[in-house]
Design a protein around this ligand. Structure first.
Ligand SMILES: Nc1ncnc2c1ncn2[C@@H]1O[C@H](COP(=O)(O)OP(=O)(O)OP(=O)(O)O)[C@@H](O)[C@H]1O
Ligand SMILES: [Mg+2]
Length: 200
């Protein structure tokens, strides 16, 4: 049984711990799982954000998009880097995920070649599209924010500090962030772009 912690607004409830790769000799609290995830993500952060990653390291190809999720969550979850087969309240139908991600990776390449948007708008659009697709069972928010940050870092900007205080129930920046995503759903990227430009 999981010890309950306060739910985090708009976060996936962790009611399904099947696929947990942590040693089975004890019961884990939600907090311990979050910490294990954070430790795993820290490895990816070091790899991709400590210095500008080359195109070879972070190519934004279709295959790499899943690899990144695997690198972020693979120490903790069996389903890391694997597309979901279930429908969620956020995201497109599961069967559409591979095609939509392929489209995203080719759009990113097109945006780069044609300089369609500035880097902040490109980062915001990558982030929003990735989270709209919601390819994985969980971790889509953290993966999408990482994708946007890798893009910014690769293109000479600093990553956004998303204040990943995932255990905090009251996080004003999270409300602002969810609001900005919802506006982007309606085609207004202004707030989301501003959040990517705001590199403090
Ligand atoms: N209307 C919405 N309400 C809440 N989240 C949304 C909405 N639209 C998109 N999202 C995105 O979905 C993410 C949650 O998905 P998921 O639980 O798979 O990711 P996560 O990394 O586990 O979560 P978190 O972002 O809390 O770390 C949010 O972070 C946000 O990026
Ligand atoms: Mg979640």
């Amino acid at each position: 049984m999981l010890h309950s912690t306060k739910p985090i607004d708009n976060a996936t409830p962790l009611d399904d711990i099947s696929g947990l790769k942590l040693p089975a000799d004890k019961v884990y609290t939600l907090k311990e799982i979050y910490v294990a995830e954070a430790n795993n993500i820290a490895v990816a952060t070091l790899k991709y954000l400590s210095a500008p990653p080359s195109k070879k390291v972070a190519p934004f190809y279709y295959e790499w998009l899943s690899t990144l999720h695997e690198e972020m969550f693979g120490n903790v979850w069996e389903w890391a880097g694997k597309f979901r087969h279930v429908e969620l309240s956020i995201g497109i139908k599961a069967y559409q995920v591979p095609v939509a991600l392929k489209e995203l990776s080719s759009d990113i390449a097109y945006w780069e070649v044609n300089r369609t948007f500035d880097i902040y708008e490109t980062a915001a659009r990558i982030h929003h599209r990735a989270v709209q697709i919601h390819p994985f069972q969980n971790g889509n928010g953290r993966w999408s924010r990482m994708l946007a940050n890798i893009y910014l870092r690769q293109n000479g900007s600093m990553p956004v500090k998303w204040q990943e205080d995932l255990l905090s129930n009251v996080n004003p920046k999270r409300d602002e962030y969810i609001h900005a995503l919802k506006e982007a759903d309606n085609g207004d990227y202004t707030k989301l772009i501003e959040m990517h430009r705001h590199t403090y």
